[in-house]
Design a protein around this ligand. Structure first.
Ligand SMILES: [Fe+2]
Ligand SMILES: [Fe+2]
Length: 186
């Protein structure tokens, strides 16, 4: 049986590797290279499909839902005004990044280069802090405070999610994107 929290921590490592890729690509843009729009779209696809739909989706649907249900006001404050707000802010920065990359592809201006760097940097910094907070505080809190029954239900939901062939296909495809981008930029 999958330990849901351990698996989420493992996914954080893959997400942080893509954050390193985004930062490395941003440095090249800063140095004056042409913006590799196709690569940025691949990074955005990984962020949306793996970091957001798969990873944040499981947090929101399984672990955080259980914490909201069982852990009273402290749990609700931590999840609602902390983690969920940051997931939403991340989605906003990724849309900003996509718009800036598209604007640059249509007309390569200095302003759109700046917009790319601002959006990419905002996302990377937000997600690094978010992941550190989950690893150090939010997950250990849930692990300690949730009932054994609730944790077992979260593990069972995660197991079903990972076993679903459609989810497995998305996961494999996106981990390949991560490997390709890491080989190119890191
Ligand atoms: Fe999260
Ligand atoms: Fe997370």
């Amino acid at each position: 049986m999958i330990k849901s929290i351990e698996h989420l921590v493992y996914e954080h490592e893959n997400i942080k590797r893509m954050l390193d890729v985004v930062r490395a690509a941003s440095l090249r843009v800063l140095a004056g290279e042409a913006v590799p729009a196709k690569d940025f779209h691949a990074m955005i696809a990984f962020i949306r499909n793996y970091a957001d739909k798969t990873h944040h989706g499981k947090e929101e649907e399984f672990l955080f839902k259980a914490m909201l249900a069982e852990l009273g006001m402290p749990g609700q404050n931590l999840i609602r005004s902390g983690m969920l707000v940051e997931h939403d802010l991340g989605r906003l920065y990724v849309s900003d990044l996509e718009n800036a990359v598209n604007a640059y592809a249509a007309e390569p201006t200095e302003a759109s280069r700046l917009d790319i760097l601002v959006a990419a940097g905002s996302y990377v910094n937000l997600l690094r802090r978010h992941i550190d907070k989950e690893n150090a505080a939010v997950f250990p809190f849930g692990d300690r405070q949730l009932s054994a029954e609730a944790l077992a239900a979260v593990d069972a939901d995660s197991e079903r999610f990972e076993a679903d062939p459609a989810n497995a296909a998305v996961r494999e495809e996106q981990l390949q994107v991560l490997a390709d981008m890491a080989a190119k930029y890191l």
